[in-house]
Design a protein around this ligand. Structure first.
Ligand SMILES: [Zn+2]
Length: 444
């Protein structure tokens, strides 16, 4: 399987200059080649060979033949994937999360009208040296650059992509690694998962009495905290500077995204680790296929789903993390999994606060648990019925909720006026009070 190590480069002033010019010229090569190909494509005469040899000869003297070759190859890959998507689009098989297919773009930041500074180093043209606690990246032309970051994955090294991040003003490198991992298949327990917003993951493992749920509430609160902050600065930028965005706003947007992803990653990791400890070999997930209709009357959750929430990201993360533990992930179409009772199959309805009512069993159940039990039912798993009283092996219809903390934001001077401040600060304080370890508690 393929994984990526991320490093931060810490070059000296002279090294930085060399790297910048290398990145700059790489971007020029990419853009020139991409221009030729885009023009040809729009005129309907696309040719893989057009302009390649000339550009290669021109640029191999400037950035080296290996790098020139790598960038041409990367451009080839981008075009190949574009044509593959185009083919899927013609067949009508495009995945639902892709709305528009467009040809590879230029390495250019349209907002700033600057080149995107990046380059690609071939797998045999660099090495990473570790001396004591310090790590160095050794590049051709005697470049030896200090790097920081963890070597998470060991294996056969692939190419290295170096890029300059405009928002942080730092240089980073992504190293792709081919990792060998043997899969273990001892038992054959399965876990059934329903994804949601209020509860990010609700899962029931075969043979267990109580399902578990990972709450997304702290995450929602954190997301709104950063949204408010961003919109505050946005209104200032519009009113006073008459611009749509500023560097600070873009920074906050990224921060919001990264914090969301970090929280999701932690939740997914803890869940998969728990599965691994229980001996689960397959995780079955209800595939929501794009944006799901949310019947809850939580306006914040609804706004998030429509503007931002990415089930695709959560599913992909689940697949990757499970693969790290040697667990398979299977997606199951999620039709009618939230509208029928998992025990008797009667069509019930959702009542308030994510609860489900079955008119036949006279039971009020957690709607997310209904979702994951129905997925289990689809996989032909027999679920012990809770209505038969006196049996100990029945499945509970309310999950044990595990809370996941978002780290409290660093204290910054509040952008809010005094009146609204208490409201805005309520969140970070309440978060810091919580314990960092997951807490088991019954939900009623
Ligand atoms: Zn029922």
């Amino acid at each position: 399987m393929k994984r990526v190590n991320k490093f931060r480069l810490r070059p000296t002033k002279e090294q930085e200059k060399v790297l910048f010019s290398l990145c700059e010229m790489s971007a020029v090569l990419w853009n020139k080649l991409n221009y030729v190909r885009r023009q040809a494509f729009f005129e309907g005469r696309f040719d893989w060979k057009e302009g390649v040899d000339e550009l290669y000869d021109e640029f191999k003297k400037i950035i080296g033949s290996a790098t020139a070759q790598q960038i041409i190859r990367k451009n080839d890959e981008a075009w190949r994937s574009f044509f593959a998507l185009l083919k899927l689009q013609k067949q009508g098989k495009l995945p639902p999360h892709i709305r528009k297919v467009s040809p590879p773009r230029y390495w250019k930041d349209r907002l700033l009208n600057k080149r995107k500074l990046m380059t690609v180093i071939r797998n045999d043209c660099y090495r990473i040296e570790e001396v004591g606690n310090k790590k160095w990246l050794v590049l051709p032309k005697g470049l030896r650059i200090r790097i920081t970051g963890e070597i998470r994955w060991e294996g056969k090294q692939g190419r290295l992509e170096v890029f300059y991040d405009d928002l942080t003003g730092r240089l980073y490198a992504y190293q792709s690694v081919e990792v060998n991992q043997s899969r273990r298949t001892v038992s054959s327990k399965r876990a059934f998962v329903d994804l949601g917003v209020i509860n990010i993951i609700t899962a029931w493992t075969e043979g267990e009495r109580q399902p578990i749920a990972f709450s997304g509430k702290p995450l929602l609160a954190d997301w709104w905290y950063w949204t408010k902050k961003t919109s505050h600065y946005q209104s200032i930028a519009k009113k006073i500077n008459r611009v749509d965005t500023t560097k600070r706003i873009r920074k906050y947007y990224r921060k919001r995204k990264l914090r969301f992803r970090h929280a999701i990653n932690t939740i997914v990791y803890r869940f998969v680790k728990l599965c691994h400890e229980k001996g689960v070999t397959e995780i079955v997930v209800g595939d929501v296929g794009g944006i799901r209709q949310n019947n809850d009357k939580n306006t914040k959750a609804n706004a998030m789903i429509h503007n931002f929430w990415s089930f695709r990201y959560i599913i992909n993360r689940l697949i990757t993390t499970a693969e790290n533990f040697g667990i398979k992930v299977r997606l199951v179409k999620e039709n009618h999994t939230s509208s029928a009772c998992p025990f008797c199959g009667t069509k019930g309805r959702r009542i308030t606060r994510g609860l489900f009512h079955c008119p036949k069993c006279y039971q009020i159940m957690n709607a997310d648990v209904v979702g994951c039990l129905n997925i289990a039912k689809k996989c032909k798993v027999i679920i012990p019925n809770p209505s038969r009283r006196g049996k100990d092996n029945r499945v509970l219809t309310h999950p044990a909720v595990l809370m996941e903390d978002c780290k409290p934001p660093r204290k910054e001077p509040s952008p809010f006026r005094a009146g609204r401040m208490s409201n805005a600060n309520a969140h970070p304080q309440s978060v810091s009070e919580r314990r960092s370890e997951p807490q088991y508690e019954r939900r009623c």
